[in-house]
Design a protein around this ligand. Structure first.
Ligand SMILES: Cc1cc2nc3c(=O)[nH]c(=O)nc-3n(C[C@H](O)[C@H](O)[C@H](O)COP(=O)(O)OP(=O)(O)OC[C@H]3O[C@@H](n4cnc5c(N)ncnc54)[C@H](O)[C@@H]3O)c2cc1C
Length: 383
């Protein structure tokens, strides 16, 4: 076991090198803290590298959560401006191929709670070569969504934090205990720390399992697919969501017209509800299109992916987007932790040990803003 010396003492230890841990490391370091970031794997390979790379404020309900998402968006743009990672302000299109979808979108725009506007099929075709014009009734454009590259962003941000903010990175370091101001890894190394933030993603077992067991967090598995490069499509192409998405994000729950859309889908396509399928498409920097997704929870999660789910996703996507080639080059799944009502599960375990886990399907969208809010709160409490 390593003995402590001065260089083993940090103000803050972050456990987990996914986007939530990186967000905390960044916000802590900008406040002058000496930060240690511990990550179990060689490079982050959890939900933060497996997602669409959509920064998606439009999915957050009006009010505080939308504001936090916009604050996160600004922080992503700062990273883009500083050349840390590529950030594209591509915006998003919600497409309506059913009358009830158009009604929800119209009602949502009329609420004027988000920076959105209705667009005609002709405008959509101009904005996106991806949108399928067949049966398209109209849609909604939102300028606030960003595209980031999830496969490289975590790695680039971690390296930048080390170089620019002197964050000490410790990869291949699985933390097995946090106690008495000390963080210990599986190989016996130890560091003294004043504050610990546990950002362990979908790992609810290793540290403080009893607190996680009573947290209300659930695991959720998502299946994803990726095509090869598509000619004429680049990272400026807005993200696309279909009418199915209008029953997925809480932002649309404010619409009185939403329940009848939900009822139609439950009645006509019960398997989509069973597997929690809504469909979206996002373009990677090489012109590959990322497609998804499904949502299976808790005991329904299997290590093995279901071809039935992939087929359903592709069938729904063919109705709303058009591709030169539908050949699928990659398939994978990701798992995140999610709380039924909270944007993140935050718990103070001991005076300076915090759990910060469960950003659900919005971690790329919310983490920077949520971490900034947490640090502002801790500062104001002088904690
Ligand atoms: C398929 C998919 C698509 C998604 N699409 C989007 C999207 O487009 N937009 C969006 O906003 N959100 C999206 N999300 C959600 C988003 O990806 C997650 O909310 C977010 O990545 C969670 O980040 P995290 O840091 O908590 O978890 P993770 O990225 O899983 O990171 C947790 C890290 O902690 C490490 N760790 C755990 N325990 C220990 C320990 N004891 N010691 C050391 N290290 C430890 C793990 O190795 C892991 O690297 C998607 C998620 C998935 C799965």
């Amino acid at each position: 076991m390593n003995m402590n010396n001065d260089s083993d003492q940090f103000d803050v230890a972050i456990i987990g090198g996914g986007i939530v841990g990186l967000a905390h490391a960044w916000r802590a370091a900008t406040r002058g803290n000496r930060v240690l970031l511990l990550e179990r794997t060689q490079v982050a390979e959890g939900a933060s590298v497996r997602n669409f790379g959509m920064v998606w404020p439009v999915g957050q309900p009006a009010g505080e959560l939308y504001e936090i998402a916009l604050q996160s968006r600004d922080l992503w743009l700062q990273l883009g401006d500083q050349g840390v990672t590529q950030v594209e302000a591509c915006g998003s299109l919600h497409l309506a191929h059913h009358q009830d979808e158009l009604e929800v979108l119209n009602e949502f725009c009329q609420q004027q709670s988000h920076q959105v506007r209705m667009v005609t099929p002709a405008e959509i075709s101009k904005q996106s070569p991806l949108a399928n014009p067949s049966g398209l009734l109209g849609g909604m454009f939102s300028p606030t969504e960003l595209r980031v590259d999830p496969r490289t962003a975590s790695h680039s941000i971690a390296n930048w934090l080390a170089e620019r903010h002197n964050v000490q990175l410790c990869f291949n370091s699985s933390v097995t205990s946090v106690a008495d101001g000390q963080v210990t890894t599986a190989d016996g190394r130890q560091w003294g720390v004043d504050r610990v933030i546990i950002c362990s993603g979908s790992d609810l077992q290793t540290l403080y399992p009893d607190d996680f067991a009573s947290s209300g967090l659930k695991l959720c598995k998502l299946q994803m697919l990726r095509t090869g490069p598509q000619p004429g499509i680049d990272e400026k192409t807005p993200h696309i969501a279909s009418g199915l998405t209008l029953r997925h994000y809480t932002s649309f729950e404010s619409c009185h017209s939403q329940p009848s859309l939900r009822e139609r889908i439950a009645r006509d396509s019960p398997l989509l509800d069973h597997y929690g399928i809504h469909v979206m498409a996002s373009v990677f920097p090489g012109g590959e299109v990322v497609l998804g997704d499904s949502h299976e929870y808790g005991e329904n999660i299997s290590p093995f992916d279901k071809t039935e789910i992939d087929d359903l996703i592709l069938c729904e996507l063919r109705k709303v987007i058009q591709l030169e080639s539908w050949a699928i080059e990659q398939r994978w799944h990701g798992v995140y932790a999610k709380h039924a009502t909270l944007p993140v599960f935050e718990k103070q375990i001991e005076p300076h040990v915090h759990l910060f886990v469960g950003t659900g399907g919005a971690g790329m969208t919310m983490s920077f803003g949520l971490a900034e809010q947490a640090w502002q709160k801790w500062e104001s409490l002088n904690q």
